[in-house]
Design a protein around this ligand. Sequence first.
Ligand code: HEC
Length: 139
Amino acid sequence: MRLLVAACKRAGIFAMLALLQFSQVSAQQQSIQDGVYTAAQAETGKILYDENCQHCHDLTFYTNKLQSFAGMTLLDFWYAMLRKMPADNPGSLGDSQYLEIIAFVLSQNGYPAGDAELVPSNQLGRIRVPSLSATQSER
Ligand code: HEC
């Protein structure tokens, strides 16, 4: 799947959208629209964000960043922060704490909370970030 996504990025946006349609029917795919974090995680994430991230990035930054990961997965988004952020104190947060910040970002962008926690695991690589246009056509 990841290879396919990479190939499609090269082939262009139309191919990518076609693949997103395809991946709807393929097994075990999830997206950030499926309630992939808990409300408690988003609450903790807000505290962590206020303390560690807000003085450099406002929320618009994260909304735009999330979109720039369209067609990729939460694993890619998590990996972009892990051990690099906060830039003034890299690696100061635990793996799960970055996921709590991601939960906060998802909640602020209207993606629903659910019963299952986001946890550091391979599952992250199966949670897609859809493009904005795909989000709209699904609703
Ligand atoms: C001292 C300022 C500073 C703080 C604090 C900070 N960042 Fe950043 N961040 C940056 C800069 C500068 C960049 C752009 C450079 C880069 O991409 O490496 C960046 C880039 C990013 C990116 C994009 C990375 C990519 O590969 O696209 C993400 C995501 C991110 N920050 C998340 C966070 C999170 C989460 C926190 C809090 C835990 C945080 N940042 C705290 C300065 C900061």
